[in-house]
Design a binder for this molecule. Structure first.
Ligand code: PLP
Ligand code: ZN
Length: 404
């Protein structure tokens, strides 16, 4: 293997990116300028590609003939120039069969996509790798983020690699390792009492003095979503284009869920898959479950969750900016939303590690608890094939282990 520099192979094609479209009002925005949210209505922008044209080149054969790392999806990523890629060696994450848990739970096929292998030990690397690369391409030199922890660690690392200044706002009780990784990478860190929502408020106050800080908050710029979308393509390719019956995903801000769904829609337009979609299932913690509450009440948007508290720090998001997109996907996929308790999560971290040798983060362990609950309620059945998401390494949560 050559020394790692960047994973983009020499023969990459240029992007089919055409415009940015508002997910609420449909207004179009140019991708050639710095964009945040929709200029007309303030909602989320999504990158759109010329898929009718891309279809002539991008086929299952195209996928077979290239190496599968995420940056080789360049034609369907937003960078104009591959020289702007900021990469730390994003590997294809393994899809691991949980045979012991299959027997124990009585389900025919249970797989987990282990995102802990990515740079900075979490799936947040995907979104931030793309967002930082695009920021660099657009000439941005300073970025800021409020984060539950892992997104901050990933931003700090990619910003350091890109030579971009990073300003990070974290709840003061964020897992220690997340704080250390930001400091280690030279980011400016401010700790804030409360949740990610309070961190976001503190950040917006500080931005009054620093209007040049570019905000990479979840869904407040269009490109983290594009990075997260690669989870959908990678999963489909690993499963030889036969998607599972259900995907069980620990949802905080929901970028992964929305990103995967976006990938499936693009893949269908590219004739890579048919019309069957997995049922998308969002898992939250009982201490912060705004999406579950909204789903149970058949709402299209969530309400702010007061006094949010959970050991699954990535799920401590009192109000997701993308709630309307998450809920829409849950409804149209015939999916579900389920809350699990911290005690169940804590037990599942140990159970999964002991049964399968896989030391999940609490958010990942929550998906195992969710499957058990949904089987009991007959929302999932023994015949279903299910893919879970371990979104980060268990080793990033030192405090939790000390108390196990
Ligand atoms: C480990 C982990 N899992 C899940 C989530 C939630 O991710 P998303 O914003 O895609 O819903 C986070 C977010 O911080 C996280 O750190
Ligand atoms: Zn709009």
């Amino acid at each position: 293997m050559p020394v790692f520099e960047t994973q983009v192979s020499k023969q990459v094609m240029s992007t089919y990116l055409t415009y940015l479209e508002c997910t609420a009002c449909g207004d179009r925005h140019t991708p050639h300028e710095v964009q945040t949210v929709c200029r007309s209505c303030g909602k989320i922008l999504a990158a759109r590609y010329d898929l009718a044209k891309a279809k002539h080149e991008i086929s299952r054969k195209w996928f077979r003939e290239r190496s599968p790392e995420m940056w080789n999806l360049m034609p369907l990523l937003p960078l104009e120039n591959p020289a702007h890629v900021v990469s730390l060696g994003e590997l294809v994450t393994p899809l691991i069969r949980l045979a012991t848990l299959e027997r124990r739970l009585g389900i025919s096929r249970l797989l987990i996509k282990d995102e802990s292998r990515l740079p900075t030990g979490s799936f947040k690397a995907r979104g931030l790798a793309v967002a930082v690369s695009k920021a660099k391409e657009l000439g941005i030199t300073r970025v800021c983020i409020p984060s539950a922890g892992n997104a901050a660690g990933a931003l700090a690392a990619y910003a350091a690699r890109a030579g971009i200044e990073a300003h990070i706002f974290l709840p003061e009780d964020t897992p220690r390792i997340n704080i250390s990784e930001c400091i280690a990478s030279g980011a400016q860190v401010e700790l804030v009492r409360g949740t990610i929502s309070d961190a976001a408020k503190a950040m917006s106050e500080r931005r009054r003095e620093h209007p040049d800080w570019f905000d990479v908050s979840t869904m407040k710029e269009p490109y983290r979503l594009e990075g997260k979308k690669t989870m959908g393509y990678e999963l489909a390719e690993q499963l030889e284009w036969i998607l599972p019956d259900a995907i069980v995903y620990p949802a905080g801000g929901g970028t992964g869920l929305v990103g995967m769904w976006k990938a499936f829609e693009e893949m269908a337009e590219l004739d890579l898959i048919g019309s069957k979609r997995p049922r998308m299932i969002a898992v939250q913690s009982e201490g912060c479950a705004p999406i579950v509450r909204a789903f149970d009440q058949k709402r299209r948007e969530s309400e702010f969750w007061n006094n949010a508290a959970t050991i699954a720090s990535g799920l401590r998001v009192p109000k997701a900016f993308a709630d309307y997109l998450i809920l829409d996907i849950l409804y149209k996929s015939g999916g579900h939303a389920v809350a699990v308790s911290d005690e169940e999560i804590r037990k599942a971290v140990a159970d999964v590690a002991r049964a399968e040798g896989l030391y999940c983060c609490p958010e990942g362990a929550a998906t195992v608890v969710a499957v058990e609950k949904l089987l009991h309620k007959n929302i999932l059945t023994a015949a279903d094939s299910v893919v879970l998401w371990n979104t980060a390494a268990g080793t990033k949560y030192a405090e939790l282990v000390e108390r196990l």
